[in-house]
Design a protein around this ligand. Structure first.
Ligand code: ZN
Length: 635
């Protein structure tokens, strides 16, 4: 089953919104524990609901989700509506003696641990503007104290990007602020979005509903938080690396113990236990939703078994000595019994997902067949935190399949499929033409069979993207699938598809590149990025050998293009390049990745060429600028 809600008809959607207000067998809408946990310890919030960037651009609006205050409308799944109500509670909360959180200022939480003289901050949100607002709120309500240490729980931007809103590099350099992260943090923080960056960024606008208006018919949540703050992303590189489970630090009187959990939700991640406070930080390894084993925006597939195994270790190490558990998203869980019940059943959900997917896989079922059959047992499905507000059981089962088996289902008919547009055109013609197929799609829609209606209408649109009738009808199908979806990101993806079918691909706002991220990207990573932009049609079997010398980094790389392939080596010992260019690395980046020109630099002497600089100009003409706005739901 895909889940009773994802295939609901309009009538069922209406019935569900009624159900939100009365008894609901499974899960239990009358169970208000989450509302208690999400509200407990509320201290207060900002007076001014708007948080803006230096240029006046709105980064966050604390009133943006006020529309959630009423009961679920017919245009939203009541279970998702409930989750969004919980996640949109914003402000400063006291979690335990000495532990506070600012929640609802971004998709993630910033946690403040009181030390003798200041604060340890765990995870400074995504952008510096909201991070500063969080710190200001803490200062306002609890008194101004310096940040003496910052901890990044893992390598995703929503857990480090706000750093410079709370700490200054000079204080880090002077040793006044320690910056602590799990082993491998910096490499993964910069590398995760490089190679596949443009495709991931485009797909992320679907996942997060970036172009949707916030409201009862638009974006209502991102499932693990409300939305990602679109402010200035920064990165203060760590000064302390956590390399093993059991490692301890004492910072300004506060003892910290670490559990490394690489390869779970992020390639570099860790949990933190505070023995004197009996408080456990589970980073993003435990959440108020099932998480993504594979994110729809795209990413390397994660390991559900490893995730479950690390949760087992957390329970063993800290379960019987923790009285409160808090996380990098959503609300804390209070009391030893409640947090252990949560950790155990949350672990079981990932373990069940993994084990039962593999069992079905080994019996011969393939991706969609497993996704249609896999359901959590009631004891796990009835817990709100195991529901698929972010990742879904359906999508995740396909991730487990992919991890072990890849995309191929072993049926050779799928070895060399036609292009979807070609295949669709042939199907539509064979079935009697677009009108006949659309009529069948409308009949399916009227019967509440949205998945089949969408399949048929999508074929018509792929066969002919200019068929406006088909586009409008398909948008209507996606509207209803989005509105019925329990997953916030499924909703966002359906509704974004509908928006684009009606009004085309929106122009991307220029996502300001983070200077901090670029500066911390190694030259080999940047050359890897150039490699995947090399266009054989432009290179036309040309060849070039260019030496790049960056005195500011004491680096020398030989870059060779031959056979339409870019390769490179550091510190070449033999042979000679067509041209050797000596310059600051920033000048090369401007020329290679941002359409800059080396001529002014050559003229004023900041760039020196040994050999023919025209070779470099020719070399640069062989690379594509990535297209950030490709179509997704038509061709
Ligand atoms: Zn996160």
């Amino acid at each position: 089953m895909l889940g009773r809600w994802t295939v609901a008809s309009a009538a069922l959607t209406a019935a569900m919104s009624l159900a939100a207000d009365c008894a609901w067998a499974d899960p239990d809408f009358n169970n208000r524990q989450d509302f208690d946990f999400a509200q407990r310890g509320f201290v207060g919030t900002r007076a001014d609901p708007k948080i803006t960037a230096a240029d006046g651009r709105l980064v966050w609006d604390l009133t943006a989700y006020d529309f959630l205050k009423g009961p679920a409308p017919a245009t939203a799944n009541p279970s998702l509506w409930r989750q969004a109500q919980l996640l949109s509670r914003a402000g400063l909360f006291k979690v335990a003696e000495g532990v506070w959180q600012v929640r609802g200022f971004d998709i993630s939480n910033a946690t403040f641990i009181q030390t003798k003289t200041g604060w340890i901050v765990i995870d400074p949100l995504t952008s510096s503007e909201v991070a500063k607002a969080a710190y200001d709120l803490v200062s306002d309500k609890l008194g101004k104290r310096p940040v003496v240490a910052m901890i990044y729980t893992h390598s995703h931007a929503d857990h480090f990007g706000g750093a410079r809103g709370m700490i200054a590099q000079a204080d880090v350099d002077a040793g006044r602020v320690q910056v602590i992260a799990p082993a491998g943090f910096l490499e993964h923080a910069v590398s995760e979005n490089i190679i596949a960056g443009p495709a991931m960024a485009r797909r992320a606008t679907y996942q997060f509903g970036s172009f949707l208006p916030k409201g009862a018919t638009g974006q209502v949540s991102a499932g693990i938080g409300q939305a990602v703050s679109p402010g200035t992303q920064t990165l203060v590189p760590p000064t302390v690396s956590i390399t093993r489970t059991g490692q301890e630090l004492t910072i300004d009187g506060v003892r910290l113990q670490f559990q490394l959990t690489p390869g779970t939700e992020a390639p570099a991640e860790m949990n933190i236990y505070l023995p004197d406070l009996k408080a456990l930080c589970m980073a993003e390894n435990a959440n108020a939703s099932m998480h993504n084993v594979l994110t729809p925006r795209g990413a390397l597939v994660r390991d559900a078994k490893q995730w479950a195994d690390y949760l087992t270790e957390s329970i063993r190490l800290y379960g019987d000595k923790s009285d409160v558990m808090f996380t990098s998203h959503a609300w804390p869980r209070f009391g030893r019994a409640a947090l252990n019940d949560f950790l155990g059943k949350h672990r079981d959900a990932y373990k069940y997902l993994h084990d039962q997917t593999v069992r079905m896989m080994n019996s011969g079922l393939t991706g969609p067949e497993i996704a249609n059959r896999l359901a959590l047992p009631p004891a796990l499905a009835d817990e709100w935190y195991n529901r698929g507000y972010y990742g879904t059981l359906s999508f995740n089962s396909r991730a487990v399949y992919q991890r072990y088996m890849g995309w191929y289902d072993a049926n050779p008919v799928n070895l060399a499929p036609l292009d979807p547009a070609d295949e669709s055109a042939r199907y539509v013609a064979m079935m009697g033409g677009a009108d006949v197929v659309l009529a069948a799609a409308r009949k399916a829609y009227d019967a509440g069979d949205d998945r089949w209606a969408g399949q048929l209408a999508s074929r018509v649109v792929f066969a002919d993207k200019s068929n406006t009738q088909a586009r409008e009808f398909l948008a209507k199908v996606y509207d209803r699938e989005g509105q019925a979806a329990e997953s916030a990101i499924w909703r966002n993806m359906y509704l974004t598809a509908a928006l684009e079918l009606r009004s085309g691909v929106p122009v991307q706002r220029g996502a300001g590149q983070s200077i901090d991220l670029i500066q911390n990207t190694t030259t080999p990573m940047l050359l890897d990025l150039m490699s995947v932009r090399l266009n054989p049609e432009k290179a036309g079997a040309g060849s070039a050998v260019v030496d790049l010398v960056f005195p500011d980094r004491k680096e020398r790389f030989r870059v060779t293009v031959k056979n339409d392939v870019l390769t490179y080596e550091a510190d070449p010992k033999t042979g000679k390049a067509d041209v050797a260019l000596t310059m600051p690395r920033a000048s090369f980046l401007m020329a290679a990745l941002a359409g800059g020109d080396l001529k002014p630099g050559l003229a004023n002497g900041t760039v020196k060429a040994d050999g023919d600089p025209a070779v470099f100009t020719k070399f640069l003409s062989w690379f594509d600028a990535p297209a950030g706005n490709f179509p997704i739901v038509w061709r």
